[in-house]
Ligand binder design. Structure first.
Ligand code: SF4
Ligand code: SF4
Length: 86
């Protein structure tokens, strides 16, 4: 059974420089490089699957401020009862 996404990512493709660090770093492989070119002439990152965990790794590895934003989604209490607390 597919696990419900616990996070959501938005890539500002106008700020992305297409370095691919976020793509390589995402544990569940939820990011990829778009086949399209942006105004810098590079392939920007895009979120392609609803499998984000909200870990924030892509945000921390991205060298471009404002290129990537991570949201943590609210999860029903019954689903977080087994989750580790940070
Ligand atoms: S927050 Fe984590 S799981 Fe979500 S896209 Fe970024 S690296 Fe991947
Ligand atoms: S790490 Fe940042 S600049 Fe590099 S591809 Fe991902 S969003 Fe774009």
């Amino acid at each position: 059974m597919a696990e419900q996404a616990r996070g959501k990512v938005e890539v500002n493709q106008d700020e992305c420089k297409g370095c691919g660090l976020c793509v390589e770093s995402c544990p569940p492989k939820g990011l990829t490089l778009s086949p399209e070119l942006n105004h810098y002439g590079v392939h920007p990152a895009q979120y392609h699957a609803e499998i984000c965990t909200g870990c924030g790794i892509c945000y921390f590895v991205c060298p471009e401020p404002g290129a990537i934003t991570v949201y943590r989604l609210a999860v029903a209490k019954s689903e977080v009862s087994d989750a580790a607390t940070v």
